[in-house]
Design a protein. Structure first.
Length: 201
């Protein structure tokens, strides 16, 4: 057989980066998030199980004390969005906090209605869960992956789920239709993140 080629189709671009000196200021952001939860304890029930997710996804438009953090996020998001080389402008359309306490987790979900989605990991204790991308059912063939040699699967990244390096201060952006989940927090500390959606304008 001549000209045998292996090609990977249907790729998805995921972009991430680390916020400079985040560890020096993260405690202030954590305090702000806890204070916000104390003032607005109502939790949105979307993907989270047992944890808390801020209900108002537009709070950043009226919370003046959050403005310094919003400016930082918007700038860092813009830096990552540049990697997509889009021919349209991008607008922040929603933003919310996630606090996963012990035994909390997030079921598989995606973010319909947005172009890109993202997350900033604020606090990630050891054993507090892991962010995974999950292959969509439309082109996930479990039997094929299960019967692929392990070394080749590792080489070609042939997995049903993809865990990411969700470290504190890391910001990640991905296509909003990519299914993802967060595994259970088995630590005694809270896992905290900020999620958001972006649309074309």
């Amino acid at each position: 057989m001549d000209s045998i080629q292996t090609q990977m189709f249907l790729p998805s671009q995921v972009v991430s980066g680390d916020i400079e000196n985040f560890s020096k200021q993260s405690h202030l952001l954590i305090d702000w998030i806890y204070n916000y939860r104390d003032r607005f304890p109502r939790s949105a029930e979307i993907s989270n199980e047992n944890g808390w997710q801020s209900y108002d996804k537009k709070f950043y438009r009226t919370e003046e004390t959050f403005e310094p953090w919003l400016k930082l996020l918007v700038q860092e998001i813009a830096d990552l969005v540049d990697s997509y080389r889009l021919n349209c402008a991008i607008d922040l359309t929603s933003l919310w906090f996630n606090i996963n306490s012990q035994y909390s987790y997030n079921v598989k979900h995606s973010h319909p209605g947005a172009l890109l989605s993202g997350v900033l990991w604020v606090k990630v204790p050891k054993d507090s869960g892991k962010f995974h991308f999950v292959l969509p059912d439309s082109y996930f063939q479990p039997e094929l992956i299960e019967n692929t040699e392990e070394s080749y699967a590792n080489e070609m990244n042939l997995f049903g789920t993809y865990p990411v390096d969700d470290r504190e201060g890391r910001l990640m952006i991905f296509p909003s239709n990519m299914p993802h989940r967060v595994t259970m927090n088995k630590s005694t500390e809270d896992r905290i993140s900020i999620s958001f959606n972006l649309i074309a304008k």
